[in-house]
Design a protein around this ligand. Structure first.
Ligand SMILES: [Zn+2]
Length: 522
């Protein structure tokens, strides 16, 4: 059968240093691809004979081939928008609120009055060490509504024109999960809004069609050039409209990596419990994932309440779906564990793979509890790199020693998946792998070095662990016959170069479903 011309390989990667993550055949030299899947994996040139006249052969010249990276938690729409928004987080350019005003002023000169100016900022690197106010933004422009997103994604600053347009005034009440910062004693909003993501998503007009299309093309380029072949979109506002949007982008080929879309709790709750969560496109490029709930204490008490969280998780669990719970600090994480334990008490089920996203501060006992409940943790090692410097001066002692304890989590036997949470930080898995292995910030400071993990363990987080987090380990997450031909070719082997070299490794090619989606210099 192998000699039949119709069964010839579509693509052969030869002279590769393939790290397969398949224990049966951990390293290989040749990978043969047919119909979008890995058809064979071998050593030496024997498999080359299975090529035909139309077979494309890539001579890897010893370069490293890995299963494609899976970003198990990012926000595609916000990421795309960030690529066409004003980046006020560039530390080398923005040192103060006056630099930030200058940038906005520059952009506003070329923007028609009344059009929205959108940007991201990071107060930590401003000399003033605080958020800008509406009045400071007004001094940059009063003719354009301005909406700046805080680096965390959890807060916004608006200028006066924007506040007026979205209806926030001295008289406006705080929404249930948000907070309007006010000046004392007048009660006048300062422009800083906490927890207003949903409100602003409804009231600020979206990007126009052309800008959105440009944004999504840029996002696709960033993903593919980072070696990412699948993303899990963890946006809590995901709903059926979002699904249609992603479907359109997919069918128009605007976005090549596979998308696993979580549904926000509100959308899940609004739909009759049915088949919704098993939706997927025929080619499996777009699939519905679990149900996202944000659990936090930002406004002083647990939100949602423990009782409400228990009820929600039980409902998701009963319907056979996966709960995807955002929890950063220990109280929130413990609340998630209680809710999952409660659901498992009512309806015992192994292999549920309910997820805790971030799990940023995690003591040994909490890690033990998470492991005993069979919970998957979706972590963001890149935060150590991009935010480590800030953590050193802002995270208090009792928390610091439990910050992103990757080694502790893996040694406890927890499935840990890697992710970026883009646009919070850049999307590169290579930087995340470097951070997990080195525990170094971008300034070179060590952040809890006892929590370093081995390069192969870090790779596994972004490949095998992330595939498991999406229930896809049978089709993805290693290079073996029958699995998706989603692969990345790297300039060097992360398991063999000195640790500090890992962050310089470049993506050479990204292959999705057996097709080259991106190549360096291409
Ligand atoms: Zn997120």
């Amino acid at each position: 059968m192998e000699k039949c011309p119709t069964a010839a390989a579509d693509l052969i990667l030869s002279h590769a240093n393939a790290i397969t993550l398949d224990p049966a055949h951990p390293r290989a030299e040749t990978v043969l691809i047919r119909n979008g899947k890995v058809a064979a994996v071998g050593d030496g040139g024997a498999l080359n004979a299975l090529g035909g006249p139309d077979t494309h052969i890539i001579d890897c010249k010893g370069q490293t081939v890995l299963p494609g990276f899976i970003d198990a938690h990012c926000h595609l729409l916000a990421f795309a928008e960030s690529l066409v928004s004003l980046n006020l987080e560039v530390r080398t350019e923005i040192h103060s609120i006056s630099d930030l005003q200058d940038k906005i002023r520059q952009v506003s000169r070329n923007a028609p009055p009344g059009s929205w100016i959108r940007g991201r900022y990071n107060e930590f690197y401003l000399a003033e060490k605080r958020h800008p106010t509406r009045w400071e933004l007004d001094r940059a422009t009063s003719l354009h509504p301005v909406r700046l997103v805080h680096r965390s994604g959890g807060a916004h600053v608006l200028n006066s024109l924007a506040l007026g347009l979205v209806g926030i005034s001295r008289e406006a009440a705080d929404p249930p999960e948000g907070l309007i910062e006010r000046e004392l004693p007048t009660g006048e909003p300062t422009g800083l809004l906490y927890g207003f993501g949903d409100v602003l998503a409804r009231k600020v007009p979206p990007l126009d069609r052309d800008s959105m299309e440009q944004a999504i093309r840029l996002a696709d380029e960033r993903l593919c050039s980072s070696g990412i072949t699948t993303i899990h979109d963890a946006s809590s506002r995901n709903d059926l409209d979002r699904w249609s949007l992603f479907s359109t982008w997919k069918s128009r080929g605007l976005i090549r990596p596979r998308i696993r879309m979580m549904l926000g709790w509100k959308a899940f709750d609004a739909c009759p419990a049915d088949h919704l969560l098993s939706w997927s496109t025929d080619d499996d490029h777009l699939r519905m994932g679990g149900v996202k709930i944000i659990v936090h204490e930002t406004t002083g008490s647990l939100s949602p309440s423990q009782e409400e969280l228990n009820a929600r998780v039980l409902r998701i669990h009963r319907e056979g779906s996966q709960a995807v719970l955002h929890a950063v600090e220990e109280n929130a994480i413990s609340a998630c564990c209680r809710a999952i334990a409660h659901a498992l008490n009512h309806v015992p089920r192994s292999n549920h793979r309910h997820r805790i996203e971030h799990c940023s501060v995690c003591s040994p006992s909490l890690a033990g509890w998470i492991a005993s409940l069979g919970i998957t943790v979706v972590t963001q090692p890149s935060f150590i790199y991009y935010s480590g410097h800030r953590y050193l001066s802002t995270v208090p002692d009792p928390h610091f020693k439990n910050l992103y304890p990757l080694r502790r989590l893996t040694e406890a036997g927890i499935t840990v998946a890697g992710s970026s949470d883009a646009p919070i930080v850049p999307i590169s898995p290579i930087v995340g792998i470097y951070a997990a292995v080195s525990r170094k910030s971008d300034a070179g400071e060590l952040i809890l070095p006892e929590e370093k993990i081995a390069p192969e363990a870090a790779l596994r987080m972004y490949i095998e662990g992330a595939a498991r987090a999406g229930f896809e380990e049978n089709s993805n997450g290693s290079i073996r016959p029958g699995k998706l031909a989603d692969l990345v070719i790297l300039s060097a082997d992360p398991t063999r170069v000195p640790v500090d070299e890992i962050k310089h490794i470049e993506v050479e090619k990204t292959i999705i479903g057996g097709k080259i989606a991106w190549e360096k210099g291409g």
